[in-house]
Write a protein that binds this ligand. Structure first.
Ligand code: PEP
Length: 240
């Protein structure tokens, strides 16, 4: 199966910086060994859409509301992202769960909406350090998948990102053994629920650890935060 290299830009880059990034990135994008998907902040989606026209590089929004329109001040519509050319929506990132109080029930509604629009949900799951140290990782991931996929369509495309919360933006990458073990668990849980989906790893992926991580079982690619902001580091990761 083709690998997926996804970039989560969080709340970084202006439209001008987005255009400049893609101008340079398009020169090297052919080195990538899998599909490329960028998640710019919502106000930069138009700049991304314009910059990526005529390329195979895909993009999506970092979040959406669970309805396509209505009196929901400040929210973003997956339908609007689709109209702009988006193919993916990132759902349930740990920053959404922790900072903005997103629950598994809210996430389930978003996954269902995104699939119903013909977009691909990239569902993020992951345990905290405390949960890992208390040996609750399997149960936490199982719950997040069970509840987050409660309204999902098994016949429609889905991508899952396993992102241990303690490894996001901390520089503390999971070991190859932890990634191998946990991705195998995620694959088993998904199968038990009747889903089949590529499983990306996310959490302090850098050019120097990408090759070791991608060779672990059931690792179908990466979701990259910090190291995706620079052309050079992201293309090094995407060409492993
Ligand atoms: C992320 O934001 O999904 C992420 C994995 O960030 P970082 O690569 O910076 O840890």
């Amino acid at each position: 199966m083709k690998k997926i290299f996804a970039a989560n830009w969080k709340l970084f880059k202006t439209p001008q910086e987005t255009r400049a990034f893609f101008q340079a990135f398009k020169e090297v994008a052919n080195k990538a060994t899998g599909d490329l998907v960028f998640f710019p902040s919502a106000l930069c989606l138009e700049a991304a859409s314009n910059s990526l026209q005529g390329t195979k590089i895909q993009f999506g929004a970092q979040n959406c509301f669970s309805q396509v329109q209505g009196a929901f001040t400040g929210e973003n519509s997956a339908q609007t992202a689709k109209d702009m050319g988006a193919q993916y929506i990132l759902i349930g990132h740990s920053e959404r769960r922790q900072i903005f109080g997103e629950t598994d029930a809210m996430i389930a509604d978003k996954v269902a909406l995104v699939q119903s629009l013909g977009l691909i949900p990239l569902l993020c799951i992951g345990e905290t350090l405390n949960e890992r140290e208390s040996k609750h990782t399997y149960r936490i991931l199982e719950t997040q998948l069970q509840l987050g996929l409660a309204k999902a369509d098994k016949a429609k495309p889905l991508v899952v990102a396993y992102e241990p919360v303690w490894a996001i933006g901390t520089g503390k990458v999971a070991t190859q053994e932890q990634v191998a073990e946990t991705h195998t668990d995620v694959q088993t849980i998904l199968k038990g629920l009747g889903f089949s989906a590529p499983i990306l790893y996310g959490g302090s992926v850098k050019p120097d650890n990408a090759a070791g991580l991608i060779s672990q079982p059931h690792v179908s690619g990466f979701l990259v935060g910090g190291a995706s902001l620079e052309v050079d580091s992201f293309i090094k990761i995407a060409s492993v």
